[in-house]
Design a protein around this ligand. Structure first.
Ligand code: ATP
Length: 552
């Protein structure tokens, strides 16, 4: 433990004065409002280190960090783990609102009564609620809210557990989420730190509260601490963001003299058809990869339905052997330890030459930890089982391109690993059918990718976080950053709806780029197979949005 005055930001970063104040605040609630790339998430990671290392969050109490996306929650968790070490980070719970709500439901489920009562092995389904047995994702926060609002013991339990609460991307907090935070921490001694950017409010359709940062400041007597710098984007990109800020929130505009410099590239590309667009964009991606840009530093952003809008581009990339990952289908899955275990197993036996996958599997043996003897026994079982599976795969008769062949191997492997070890991978796996559902979903994702070209190595690359170019919706890209970003289809027919909301979404998209931003539009997009509902073939560029790309 160190004295607060001796603490220095980890990794040698220099924090601007307000960020330093927010990171080292001892007992005051704080709200940090700042633009894209200002280091809001970084500030939370630094603050976690500060409160853990100086003992302001003292064992056994914990920090709760709430984010909106699985990816964002995991990024923050990993950042704190690498920086502050696994020992301190074990008291840092970085969860999405959904995961926080689910944890409350699992811990205090008997508090739910009447229509909301749930059996211990209840499941979560995307669409359908079934009394006692099944709820949907939409039910999680309201049910958690009911538990917390009606039960003082639960309130006390939460308050005893958490001494510090971090709220990331707080501009997108909905009414119910806000009520959950109020019910859980409104009258507690927990110190709250909220960060957000009103210009990036993109969840209005889902009920994001207007002015929630201000409301939070009032309700929680939080001290506002704005940040001014942008640590992410090259100057040319920052100037474009600044032109948008002048339109959205003139008071937040940066002085022009702070944004000088020629670094960064912005391009607007017009096409006749989606086929021309696909060829040209694939050329660009290929050239970036040749120049050494890592695949995961390249993102293709689409306002919605990337599986349809970017389908031609996807086919073009497949033809060129460039792996890409459609995050709409697989993002949340690969954040799961059980999914990582299965995919790493396939990687190792498919002879994908991935030492990291092998190392990850061996790490599992060491994690078992009951005794050194147990771990050693498991370690040798694991090695035997991998060798046997590899031998099967090398056999001529093994049908590499058939999901059923892999299924047999995966099932044998999971049996060897054993149920208790699998359920110990994550706290949520003990509940209901969560683990079985995940195993099915993971295998489904692998089978889907395998059916694309019958090549297991390519299928695994497409499912990997590091080896694939990422296709994301704008909603999914929140809080992330990439060296190079392509915003596909800046067209009226895609960016429809309320002009202010559209502007915020476009702002989130363009502000993900560090170095190179490409925006495209096509005059014609053929209706793809599988498109349901409205699909306009004739397209018009969204001139007002694209105009921000041009320097005056
Ligand atoms: N003090 C700092 N010094 C150097 N780099 C920093 C600093 N703070 C943040 N960064 C880097 O700047 C980038 C943006 O930081 P971060 O993602 O925390 O911004 P943000 O405010 O959360 O952005 P957004 O709202 O757009 O998601 C990251 O690459 C981060 O590592």
């Amino acid at each position: 433990m160190i004295k607060p005055e001796l603490w220095r930001p980890v990794d040698g970063l220099v924090l601007e004065p307000n960020a330093m104040t927010a990171a080292t605040m001892s007992d005051e609630n704080v709200v940090v409002a700042a633009g894209p790339g200002a280091g809001k998430t970084e500030l939370l990671a630094q603050r976690a280190d500060f409160v853990l290392r100086t003992g302001q969050c003292r064992y056994p109490r914990r920090i709760l960090a709430v984010s909106f996306k699985v990816d964002a929650a995991r990024n923050l968790r990993e950042r704190v783990r690498t920086r502050s070490g696994p020992h301190l980070a074990s008291r840092f719970d970085s969860l999405t609102f959904h995961a926080f709500a689910k944890r409350l439901i699992d811990n205090y489920r008997p508090a739910l009564t009447g229509f909301n009562a749930l059996d211990p092995d209840y499941r979560i389904d995307p669409d359908t609620r079934v009394a006692r047995k099944q709820i949907t994702f939409r039910d999680l926060v309201p049910l958690a809210l009911e538990i917390v609002e009606t039960n003082v013991y639960v309130q006390e339990g939460i308050r005893q557990t958490y001494s510090h609460v971090f709220l990331d991307e707080f501009q997108d907090c909905t009414d119910q989420q806000y009520r959950l935070i109020q019910a859980a921490f409104g009258r507690s001694t927990a110190v709250l730190t909220a960060v957000g950017d009103t210009k990036q409010r993109i969840m209005v359709w889902a009920g994001a509260l207007e002015g929630v940062l201000q409301t939070f400041a009032e309700d929680f007597s939080a001290r506002p601490l704005p940040l001014y710098q942008n640590r992410r984007s090259a100057p040319r990109l920052r100037r474009m963001q600044n032109r948008m800020i002048a339109d959205m929130d003139p008071s937040a505009v940066s002085p022009v003299e702070d944004l000088t410099g020629d670094e960064g590239v912005i391009e607007v590309l017009s096409f006749d058809t989606e086929t021309d667009e696909a060829k040209s964009v694939a050329d660009i991606i290929e050239s970036w990869l040749k120049d050494g840009v890592p695949p995961h530093e390249i993102a293709v952003l689409v306002r919605q339905q990337p599986h349809l809008v970017a389908r031609s581009l996807g086919s073009e990339l497949i033809d060129r052997g460039i792996p890409f990952r459609n995050e709409q289908e697989s993002q949340d899955l690969t954040a799961e330890p059980a999914a990582a275990l299965i995919l790493n197993f396939i990687r190792v036996v498919a002879n994908d030459r991935r030492p990291f996958a092998y190392a990850e599997l061996i790490r599992l043996a060491n994690r078992l930890g009951a005794s050194e003897e147990d771990a050693a026994r498991f370690d040798s079982q694991l090695k035997r089982s991998l060798a046997a599976a590899r031998a099967q795969v090398r056999d001529q008769a093994f049908q590499m391109d058939q999901p059923a062949a892999w299924r047999g191997l995966v099932d044998e492997f999971l049996q060897m690993v054993s149920r208790p070890v699998l359920t110990a991978l994550s706290p949520g796996y003990q509940q209901g059918r969560r683990l079985d559902d995940l195993i099915e979903q993971t295998f489904g994702a692998f089978s889907r990718e395998l059916s694309v070209d019958g090549d297991p190595a390519q299928a695994l690359q497409r499912l990997s976080e590091t080896d694939a170019v990422r296709f994301l919706t704008i909603h999914k890209c929140k809080g992330l950053e990439f060296r190079n970003v392509i915003v596909l289809g800046v067209e009226r027919q895609l960016f429809w709806g309320n002009a202010a909301a559209t502007m915020s979404e476009f702002f989130v998209a363009v502000s993900r780029a560090k170095q190179h931003l490409v925006m495209t539009h096509a005059s014609h997009r053929e209706r793809p197979e599988g498109a349901t509902g409205r699909w306009d073939e004739h397209r018009e560029p969204y001139e007002q949005l694209l105009a921000f790309a041009h320097e005056d």
